[in-house]
Design a protein around this ligand. Structure first.
Ligand SMILES: C[S@@+](CC[C@H](N)C(=O)[O-])C[C@H]1O[C@@H](n2cnc3c(N)ncnc32)[C@H](O)[C@@H]1O
Length: 292
């Protein structure tokens, strides 16, 4: 099975996911994934007997885990393309979006199940310019959006009912101080937000996507904002969570640099192995540490 792909700009590449699967110690049973995102690594690491706990503030992460990975069958309420007025129609949060596409998104968000919200997420992302969420693609219409949504409902079937035990928390990892964090895990899988300019892309651009697919805009998702000034503090705090092993995904062209991050991580464990893959104009790293 390929890693689950939602069409996420910042998502781990297939190579990174396979590397994780093939390089973590064989006896790993309990895994914590503090920053789940679209659940790509989780989809590859979920095997029989494993217990996986994950966190993310984004509604879309819960939609993927509960609506697909943990679900035994695809659930559906939306049988035909209808329109209604809602968050996207009122705000036109994807600049350039037409009335009918906005109305269709609002209809699916209002009536759809989690399984359908997951499909809607991908259909929206793939209807935006270069999949970047910022603006609507001028070639996308309500008809192409509906087709993408339908196709996606089929693609997701392969990821239903993955063979692991899941607990997902829709919230800020740093707000959780529960037994798992104190007792520790066999493996901590970390893919933190990266700072390209002044802050991470999630806290700056992803709120509208979550509201579009059905998160309550009144709930005002409080995204944890990451900047280069508090980055080390956040990583240090994260590593207070005990684990026998740690995998850390990082990349070049961001602040702090890979070398700076390595100096920090070296204080928390021994680097066992690392990999570096070229991805467009950057190198993606995965570092595996022994923390025993
Ligand atoms: C780089 S992405 C993870 C991408 C993931 N590896 C994938 O393939 O989709 C980082 C994620 O961390 C989440 N995040 C940031 N701060 C967080 C926090 N304090 N608690 C939980 N999740 C957080 C963001 O919402 C984002 O989804």
């Amino acid at each position: 099975m390929k890693p689950y792909r939602m069409g996420f700009v910042g998502a781990s590449t297939d190579e990174v996911c396979y590397w994780l699967r093939d390089n973590i110690p064989k006896d790993i049973e309990t895994i914590a994934i503090p920053f789940l995102g679209s659940g790509r690594s989780l989809s590859i690491l979920a095997t029989n007997g494993r217990i996986i706990e994950s966190w993310d503030q984004q509604y879309l992460s819960r939609v993927i885990v509960e609506g697909i990975f943990q679900a035994t069958e695809p659930t559906g309420n939306v049988t035909e393309p209808k329109m209604q007025k809602g968050y996207v129609y009122e705000t036109r949060c994807f600049p350039g979006i037409d009335e009918r596409s906005a109305g269709l998104i609002d209809y699916i968000a209002a009536h759809g199940t989690l399984y359908e919200h997951a499909a809607l997420t991908t259909a929206i992302i793939r209807s935006t310019f270069r999949g970047r969420i910022a603006e609507w693609d001028e070639n996308s219409t309500a008809t192409t959006l509906w087709e993408k949504f339908q196709k996606r409902l089929g693609v997701q079937l392969e990821y239903l009912n993955l063979p692991a035990e899941f607990t997902h928390h829709e919230g800020n990892f740093y707000d959780y101080d529960h037994v798992g964090r104190i007792k520790g895990y066999d493996l901590l899988v970390v893919d933190p937000p990266k700072i390209i300019s002044s802050a991470d892309i999630y806290s700056t651009t992803f709120a509208k996507l979550n509201y579009a697919i059905g998160a309550d805009p009144g709930s005002a998702i409080s995204f944890d904002k990451w900047t280069k000034y508090d980055y080390f503090g956040k990583v240090r705090k994260l590593l207070e969570t005990k684990s026998k092993y740690l995998t850390f995904e990082y990349t070049t062209g961001v602040q702090p640099t890979v070398d700076e991050i390595k100096v920090l991580l070296d204080q928390y464990g021994e680097l066992m192995v690392e990999t570096r893959t070229k991805h467009r104009n950057r190198y993606d790293y995965v570092l595996l540490y022994d923390r025993r």
